[in-house]
Design a protein around this ligand. Structure first.
Ligand SMILES: NC(=O)c1ccc[n+]([C@@H]2O[C@H](COP(=O)([O-])OP(=O)(O)OC[C@H]3O[C@@H](n4cnc5c(N)ncnc54)[C@H](OP(=O)(O)O)[C@@H]3O)[C@@H](O)[C@H]2O)c1
Length: 358
């Protein structure tokens, strides 16, 4: 491991599923790592949960286990807080971290709505700390390569349409009323849980820019609601020049492996993976020569030990080492643009959260 790599000292908030995936990935030994990650603190709703998490996932780390999140924010051994609570708590967890001068990597969706996100970014700006939404998929080498193929090498010509689906059987009927997947006050619904990935694929395939430079397509968006939460959402993005994105999510079935199709005037790209959050391969299908009926298929695959959260974490470490408060790949304005679109989808489709009114 090169000593030139930046080192980031993490504290994690919450000990649920995503936190366990994240810390295991951070501690993987990787030949191509671009940062060194150490975990110095874990905070949970009880000391027993924090200790159990540390014992299970953080052996060999010099880590403090705390029975509250506040102790993580206060710990001087922590540079950055990773937030893995349900969506509804992201705003407060971020604000508390920032108030203690900590950098933040917060799970997706960054907040329940754009208003909450603006409040967090205002606080981060005032404090001068780094903050990023953990939209990890954007940092996969597969996605970076695909963007190069589409935007720079023009591999499929002019992109005109993108289809993407993220559906999974959430077994909602079997879940209790306090589950984050069923409880509106916790941000339940497919849109914020998985539809955000479908929207992300549409945006990154249809547009080369992010954030302030990016476009604002118009949106059509029916939603199927059950007990007030969306169990299926369809977003159609309509760009002024005719480009379209058909981007969907659902809670009762599993999307087949080929979850995304990007159609251009000169070819098609199909992206496959277990889900839209974890792309495994992409195949470019285009004529062998201009005008030829003979097609060539080029498949792109990348080594991915563990889950792949380290690519985003490395990028965070590099940004902080460079003195930045925002990521170039997932800047604040892109998080806001996505949340504004999700707000619009919910306005059109009918899903709402109690927090929208406050
Ligand atoms: N990037 C990805 O691929 C991915 C995948 C799954 C989830 N996520 C995101 O990660 C976040 C957490 O999801 P998860 O699947 O890890 O959830 P989870 O397994 O239910 O864990 C959530 C944790 O948050 C804490 N928490 C605090 N208040 C809570 C409350 N009132 N109800 C439930 N939990 C509460 C609990 O930790 P303590 O008791 O330890 O404090 C709990 O273990 C969500 O925002 C989700 O969108 C991202």
């Amino acid at each position: 491991m090169s000593s030139d790599l930046p080192t980031l000292r993490w504290g994690t908030v919450a000990t649920g599923l995503i936190s366990s995936w994240f810390v295991q990935d951070l501690l993987l030994s990787r030949p191509n790592a671009e940062a060194t990650h150490v975990i110095r603190a874990v905070g949970a709703s009880s000391i027993d949960k924090a200790r159990a998490f540390a014992d299970k996932y953080l052996t060999g780390q010099s880590v403090s286990a705390y029975g509250s999140y506040a102790h993580v924010y206060q710990d001087p051994a922590v540079d950055i807080v990773y937030i893995g609570t349900p969506h509804a708590f992201h705003r407060q967890n971020c604000l508390d971290s920032i108030a203690h001068g900590k950098h933040v990597l917060c799970e997706k969706p960054f907040a329940l709505n754009a208003r909450e996100a603006r409040e967090v970014f205002d606080a981060a700006r005032a404090k001068g700390v780094f903050v990023m939404e953990a939209m990890w998929t954007r940092f996969f080498p597969l996605v970076r390569t695909l963007q190069r193929l589409v935007d720079i090498e023009w591999a499929i010509g002019d992109v005109r349409r993108v289809f993407c689906d993220f559906a999974m059987d959430m077994k909602l009927a079997s879940l209790g009323p306090d589950s984050r997947l069923r409880n509106r006050a916790l941000g339940a619904g497919t849109l914020l849980d998985v539809g955000i990935y479908s929207l992300t694929w549409g945006l990154l395939a249809l547009e080369p820019e992010v954030g302030e430079q990016a476009e604002r397509p118009s949106i059509v968006a029916p939603q199927s609601l059950s007990e007030g939460i969306d169990v299926a959402t369809c977003m159609i993005l309509q760009y002024a020049d005719g480009r379209q994105g058909v981007l969907t999510s659902a809670a009762f079935t599993k999307t087949p492996a080929a979850f995304c199709r990007i159609e251009g005037t000169g070819g098609v790209i199909v992206v496959e993976g277990f889900t839209a959050s974890v792309p495994a391969s992409s195949t470019v299908r285009r004529p062998k020569a201009p005008g030829s009926a003979e097609m060539q298929h080029d498949k792109y695959e990348f080594e991915r030990p563990g889950k792949g959260f380290y690519w985003a974490a490395d990028a965070v470490a590099q940004s902080i080492a460079a003195g930045k408060t925002e990521s170039d790949i997932m800047p604040w304005a892109e998080t806001l643009r996505v949340l504004e679109m999700l707000d619009e989808v919910r306005r059109l489709g009918g899903a709402s959260f109690p927090q929208d009114a406050s």
